[in-house]
Design a protein around this ligand. Structure first.
Ligand code: CS2
Length: 521
């Protein structure tokens, strides 16, 4: 991919003074920065969230020890784009005014000091984790990057990367492997403990990360595991900002705004939430300057966010992929889908949330739906739909469990789960094919084939219809790593089967209408 036009002027430290006035830029002494933060998983999200908040802290006077060293665990593309720019890149916050006219606020972020590409030089990454300057190692590797079993949260010791990493102290592949072996080097060098901070959309992400790192370390070095357990900190956090993938149009557009080429800008909505537990082993910047909130306990905020923002996002994504609605704002322009999400949030999801004093849920919901409607983001529904096996448990299935425990109905949640199962067929309603992007894709394809066979057998016995669909659903919801015990709950399986039947016979529009016969839900 050609990221910038040949010969064009490139964003770089020496070009900062010439940027248009409206573009914000580092106002602190960038040359004096040291990397106190090592960030594993330098995707668009980390660059639009952690780095943006950290940048604000530096502007507000945080000490110079809080620069960021980014680590890409797989590809060289981010480093290749940003190294010639001295690590600088633009963050464009996009929205629209009341008339739908696009608005954009651009800032050049300066706190990313260097980017390491792990497969090129694993030892450099381990050395960074062990470095005396490092005080926080943060992580955004997405759900699948934790190499855990989604339903139980346990380290998957059969995961090929974990199997590999257990025997490769100097050249691991996974985030968990880098953390454990990096900490081993740190301890051996007599350096102090650090904070390991997960910023991924997982419940109790700090506790999860702690459990996984300790499980790994416990396999290789008991004393290391004890040291980590007793001295390193693993704060939990809730992060919220919608960050779509950057397209070539975005690159051109932002380069035009800057007057110089930026090979990899990131764009995001203006909205940002970051609630993080104030448990740090070796200090932290004052991220409140960038909108972060430090709390004693992040769990209620995580539950709120995962079940509402991500739960509704996934529901929207699976129905949209089936229906062929490419972007979130396009999906939100479908009145039936928007009404479904509003009822799903209000009647099914929100009643399961722990109390959060001072939070107006109706307002939160209205703002969330308005965020989805942002026409300037063009967030692809397929991007959200990927990795469903890793996302469903915390986004939809925990909510299902909470409702079933109180004997409450789950029609909207069941429709979302059924839509995921339908999407696994890899073909939308118009017959367009797409690839299933999921670390469990092979297992899912096998389960789906078994389910289709079960459906055919049941249909041959009793005719196509609800009984056949029940057989199909039973086969799929029996997948324990995703559904855990829910596959054994007839209330869940029946509700999903009914929704699946409705989707298969009526399509998305029909199924939404069937859920809301009066249109007044
Ligand atoms: C989305 C999230 O891609 C997805 O699965 O649901 O990335 C979502 O945009 C963010 O969590 C919002 O904070």
């Amino acid at each position: 991919m050609e990221l910038v036009a040949a010969g064009a002027a490139r964003l770089s430290p020496r070009r900062l003074p010439a940027l248009p006035q409206a573009v914000a830029r580092p106002g602190y002494d960038r040359d004096g920065l040291r990397a106190g933060i090592v960030h594993l998983g330098l995707g668009a999200f980390a660059r639009a969230h952690l780095a943006a908040v950290n940048e604000a802290a530096l502007h507000a006077g945080a000490d110079h020890g809080w620069g960021i060293c980014g680590v890409s665990l797989r590809q060289a593309d981010t480093r290749d784009a940003l190294a010639p720019q001295g690590g600088l890149y633009a963050l464009a916050l996009r929205s629209a005014d009341a008339e739908g006219k696009p608005r954009q606020q651009v800032a050049v972020i300066g706190c990313l000091l260097e980017t390491l590409v792990a497969p090129e030089d694993p030892q450099a990454v381990l050395a960074r984790i062990a470095h005396a300057d490092t005080r926080i190692v943060s992580v955004t590797v997405t759900e699948k990057g934790y190499c855990h079993e989604p339903a139980s949260g346990r380290l998957n010791l059969d995961h090929p990367d974990i199997v590999h990493d257990l025997g490769q102290p100097l050249a691991p592949r996974s985030a968990i492997g880098y953390l454990a072996w990096g900490l081993q080097q740190r301890r051996a060098a007599g350096r102090g403990p650090v904070t390991l901070m997960s910023l991924d959309n997982l419940p109790a992400n700090g506790h999860l990360l702690r459990g996984l790192v300790l499980a790994f370390a416990g396999q290789v070095d008991r004393a290391l595991a004890d040291w980590i357990a007793s001295s390193c900190a693993f704060p939990c956090s809730m992060v919220d900002r919608i960050v779509p993938r950057t397209t070539d149009d975005d690159r051109r557009d932002i380069s035009d705004t800057l007057g110089v080429d930026d090979a990899w800008p990131v764009l995001a909505e203006p909205y940002l939430e970051w609630v993080v537990e104030d448990r740090f082993a070796a200090g932290r910047p004052d991220w409140t300057a960038g909108g972060a909130r430090f709390v004693a306990e992040a769990a209620p905020f995580e539950t709120l966010k995962l079940r509402t923002v991500n739960g509704a996002h996934s529901a929207l994504a699976y129905l949209s992929v089936m229906a062929g609605w490419a972007t979130v704002d396009q999906a939100m322009a479908q009145p039936a889908l928007k009404a479904y999400l509003a009822v799903l949030l209000r009647d099914e999801i929100m009643p399961t949330l722990p109390p959060l004093p001072g939070l107006d849920l109706a307002q939160y919901q209205a703002r969330l739906l308005a965020r989805y409607e942002n026409p300037a983001l063009k967030h692809q529904t397929r991007q959200i739909a990927m990795d469903g096996s890793q996302k469903l448990p915390q986004r939809l299935l925990d909510t299902v469990r909470a409702r079933l425990a109180a004997d409450l109905p789950i029609p909207g949640l069941a429709l979302a789960v059924a839509a995921w199962l339908h999407c696994l067929r890899g073909v939308d309603q118009a017959g367009r094919r797409y690839e299933i992007q999921d670390p469990m894709a092979a297992v899912l394809a096998r389960e789906l084939a078994l389910a289709e066979a079960a459906l055919e057998q049941a249909a041959a016995r009793a005719g196509a219809g609800p009984a056949a669909m029940l057989a199909w659903t039973e086969a799929l919801t029996g997948l324990v790593p995703v559904f855990g015990d829910l596959g054994q709950d007839p209330r869940f399986v029946r509700a999903v089967a009914q929704a699946a039947q409705s989707l298969r016979s009526l399509g998305v529009a029909g199924a939404l209408a069937a859920l809301s016969p009066s249109g007044a839900r």
